[in-house]
Structure formats: C-alpha cells, structure tokens
Design a protein around this ligand. Structure first.
Ligand SMILES: [Zn+2]
Ligand SMILES: [Zn+2]
Length: 473
C-alpha cells in the first residue's frame, strides 16, 4: 500500500531521522533544517507558486538535500544516494497541496503556512524513502532473486496500465484481506494530505445468500472452478482486472481500449492440440451432461455440472474465434489452450470518497476501474474415449464399488484465486464470500455511467443493455 501520510500540522509525528551516524533526535534535525541559511527550496517553491518554470540542476538539488534537508548523500547506499535528487523533484511535483492553489490565490491560506505544509511534506517523504520505501524495495528485490517467478501469486492487484497524469498522480497496489478490498476509501484531510480509511462493509442479504446460483458464482470476482473426469478437464477463473487510483474527484476517467481476447497460449507444448467447433462441443457436452444426470439425479448435485459446462460453452461462443470447420464458419476453441478474455465486452468503475463538508471539485477520490475477465483453460479431452465413458456413466449404478484408476465420476471443485482457498461445493464458496469478502460494492458502466449491482451483473455474464454500445450484447 502506497502510504500517503504527511501530517502537515502534526508536530507530534516527528519524522524519523535521516540515515547516517547522527544521534540527533528527529526534532532537532527538523530544527536544524529550518535554521539552514540556504533557502533554495523556498525559492523553488515560490517560483512554482508564481507558475514560473523551474530548472533544477542536479548539483543544486544535491545541495538542497544536504544543506536544507540535512540528508548526507554520502552516507546512503550509492544507488539510493544517486536517486535522491530525482526523488526530491518527484516529491516537489507530486505535493498534493498544488491542487489547492486556489486557497492561496484566494487568500484563504498564507504563504508562510502553505510553504510549511510543503516543506513538511517533502521532509517526510524523503525520510520515508530512506527509512521505509528503500529498505522495503531492497528486500523485495532480494526475495525476488531467490523466489522463482512462477511461485508468485496473483494476490493483490496492481496497476499495470498507468492512467494519464492529469487523471491520477498515484496508482496503487493493494494487498490484504479480501474484505478490505470492498471497504477501502481515500479522503482528503483538508490539509493537503490523503488519508486511507475503511468504511462500513456491505453485507450479503439473506435473500442474496439463499438465491445465488451456480452460474452467478462462476462469474463472481476471484472465483474459479475446475471440472475433471477421465475424458475431459477444464478450468475457468474470474480474473477481473482492477486498476486502482487515487485522484481528484472531478477528473475524467480514461476509457481503456482493450481487445476482447487479451491472451491466448498453449498449455502444454508436448501435448496434442486440435480445434473443436462450438457445435461439436455442444453436442458432446450435452451427451455428457445427460449421463451425469443419471449419476447425480438430485438437482442440487447436478446443477453445478450443468452450470459449469454451460458457462464453458458460453465462453467459447463469446470469444468468437471463428474458423472454418467441416466447411462451416463457426466459433471454435482449441484443446490444450488457455484464453483470457473480457467477459461482457465492457468496463466498469467505482468512485469513492468520504464527504467532508461542502464537496468541491478538488476532493480526493479513490477510483477502481474494473475490466471483467475470464481465464479459460481447456486442459484435456480424450476424444477417442468420450463416447465409451458416457456409456459407462449411463450404466452406472450408485453403490457400485468403483475401481480407482479405471473409472471415476466427474468432479467439480471451486477456488478463490484471491485467498488461495479450495472448496468442494457451492455452499462453501458462498460461505467464503459472505464471511471473508463481504458484498462487492456497486459498479458503474464506463460508457453509460449507470450503476449496477454485482449480484445482477453476474446473472448476465457482466452485460447490460448499454445504450452507448453500438451492438448491445
Ligand atoms: Zn477469497
Ligand atoms: Zn452501459
């Protein structure tokens, strides 16, 4: 989590001392900095306030750091020391107070106070770079060198696509308990600081808990399923992309141009791969489903298979990879393939802010841009033996002693990609979401700006009748 804490007026939260052998207390260092005779930082600040262009030479920035901010670059690790002048420039530019210039121009705030807020921010950010950010990054790099990349989980979601500068000066990486994701909010302290808070969670209603269907869970954020039987294996995971930004409430949202199919790759290069048409898949899987119904006559047991196979077929249809099969052009999907696609062909967002007095267009907001995505893995299919297997299912009598290794029943299991949990049935998935994730907040369509409940969008595979879309799905 990118911390944004710089108590502008909080004298009690003195910054920790800069690196180096100095035993001075943090407060003394602060005092020393203020007594410094050089005032390049102030000059730089007032030039920026007057909207003049400032060219800061590297040497001058180093001097500022040493003389005014009391940071002895020679005592720092060389890579950190070298980057400090750039960090200084970055912090000068990213001071949230610039967004409140109107207060200074309108006389609401005095130059002296305003500069003090600025200076405190710069000092705290530099201290944070030295004492927190740098050691953390160093540690991360060292760990990464040891840990194989393949072991990396997708816990936490990060901003890969940087938003335009005027939209979001900060992009965030959020890692933590699932419940936190749905309750996070950012606000402006009113003193140039951004504060992170948790608001009250949204709970599942009794009716939602008892009415949620297997289909809905199969498009629920972070949920995955795995189907396996001796002749067929596939898995599907909800890998919705979350881009999180702290920004100014009035700034406009960037609509990202994305392809329907984001990624397509071969699962196992040593295994065979062939293309199956949607018609053919539908025919085979319907036969399989009928046979599964004989094994699991209870609707509660059979429905998950129905839902899993139906969603799989709908994925193939939606991806719309058209190929000519047996003289007919139709949607297809290849065995031994992993595809990642934008389900519902849309993008959604959430804007959150805590209201503090009269809203202004400079209020700080927390924005999430959500791109619903499904990852489909068509792992294996024993084309030769599928008919034989279906026959044996039809002849299956419950209570028959199964001979492991020769015959096994179809099995469907679930997982939460975010928490890395596995579940045996739908009830366990629902319980996990209710207890650990809480209810997802509503989202707005990026195009028509209408608001939707996740509970509704998951019923329609993340589509709605969008008036702004040329050909609504
Ligand atoms: Zn979870
Ligand atoms: Zn819409």
């Amino acid at each position: 989590m990118d911390k944004q804490s710089s108590g502008a007026n909080s004298n009690e939260t003195a910054p920790s001392s800069a690196a180096g052998p100095s035993k001075d207390s943090a407060l003394e260092i602060k005092k020393k900095r203020k007594e410094s005779k050089n005032c390049g930082l102030k000059k730089c600040f007032s030039a920026l306030v007057d909207r003049k262009q400032v060219n800061l030479e590297l040497e001058v920035a180093r001097l500022m750091l040493r003389k005014e901010l009391n940071i002895d670059l020679t005592t720092l690790p060389s890579e950190l020391g070298e980057s400090m002048p750039y960090m200084l420039v970055h912090h000068i530019r990213s001071w949230p107070g610039w967004l409140q210039s109107y207060k200074y121009y309108s006389g609401e705030i005095q130059f002296k106070n305003w500069y003090e807020q600025f200076e405190t921010f710069i000092m705290n950010k530099l201290d944070e770079d030295i004492n927190t950010t740098y050691p953390a990054v160093r540690k991360e790099i060292e760990e990464e060198e040891v840990v194989e990349k393949s072991l990396k989980t997708d816990q936490g979601t990060q901003t890969e696509v940087l938003a335009p500068k005027d939209f979001a000066p900060f992009s965030l990486q959020v890692t933590g308990k699932a419940s936190m994701l749905n309750t996070l909010v950012f606000t402006d302290s009113g003193e140039g600081d951004v504060i992170m808070k948790q608001h009250k969670p949204l709970y599942w209603t009794k009716s939602q808990i008892s009415n949620i269907t297997a289909e809905q869970l199969l498009t629920w954020p972070h949920i995955g399923m795995h189907f396996v039987c001796p002749v067929l294996e596939f898995s599907r995971h909800n890998k919705h992309e979350y881009n999180r930004y702290v920004s100014i409430v009035s700034s406009s949202l960037p609509v990202l141009n994305i392809d329907r199919i984001q990624q397509m790759k071969i699962l196992d290069k040593n295994k065979e791969r062939f293309v199956l048409s949607l018609d053919h898949l539908t025919e085979m899987l319907s036969e399989l489903l009928k046979a599964i119904k004989i094994v699991y006559p209870d609707l509660k047991d059979w429905t998950p298979f129905l839902a899993g196979i139906n969603e799989f077929l709908k994925d193939v249809k939606e991806m719309d990879v058209i190929r000519r099969v047996r003289g007919k052009r139709q949607p297809t999907f290849a065995l031994n393939t992993c595809a990642l696609f934008n389900i519902g062909n849309g993008q959604y967002f959430r804007n959150k802010k805590l209201s503090k007095g009269q809203p202004t267009r400079y209020d700080i907001g927390y924005t999430e841009i959500i791109i619903p995505k499904i990852e489909l893995n068509f792992i294996s299919m024993d084309y030769e033996n599928i008919k034989k297997y279906i026959e044996s299912l039809k002849n299956f009598k419950s209570g028959t002693n199964l001979n492991p290794g020769t015959f096994s029943l179809p099995l469907i299991t679930y997982s939460c990609n975010y928490c890395k949990n596995d579940f045996q049935n739908i009830d366990q998935v629902v319980k996990h979401l209710v207890d650990e994730h809480y209810m997802d907040q509503d989202v707005l369509c990026m195009k028509c700006k209408k608001s939707f409940k996740i509970f509704e969008l998951t019923k329609t595979r993340w589509t709605h009748n969008c008036p702004k879309t040329a050909n609504p799905k």
